[in-house]
Write a protein of this length. Structure first.
Length: 83
């Protein structure tokens, strides 16, 4: 049986997802990083959440979705999602 390796996440992403309560999902091989980001954005929006981690998520998502110039796992993206 094949064993799949969990996806790679930067330190900033690990900190963000841990703060948002998704630390258990970081080791999931069936949840890709884009799906995890979508889940976090939906949780923040539907739950009307506030806080520095939510602001970091919002800024990161807006820049990636609207500009498409910044990629995950880069220092530029990590700077956007750091809180």
């Amino acid at each position: 049986m094949l064993a799949f390796k969990p996806y790679d996440y930067s330190e900033a992403e690990v900190k963000l997802f841990t703060k948002l309560g998704y630390s258990n999902m970081l080791q999931e091989t069936s949840v890709t990083p884009p799906v995890l980001y979508r889940m976090a954005v939906e949780q923040a929006f539907l739950g009307c959440l506030i806080g520095p981690e939510i602001e970091a998520l919002r800024i990161g998502a807006i820049n990636v979705l609207w500009t498409g110039k910044i990629k995950r796992m880069t220092p530029e993206f990590d700077a956007l999602i750091t809180f």
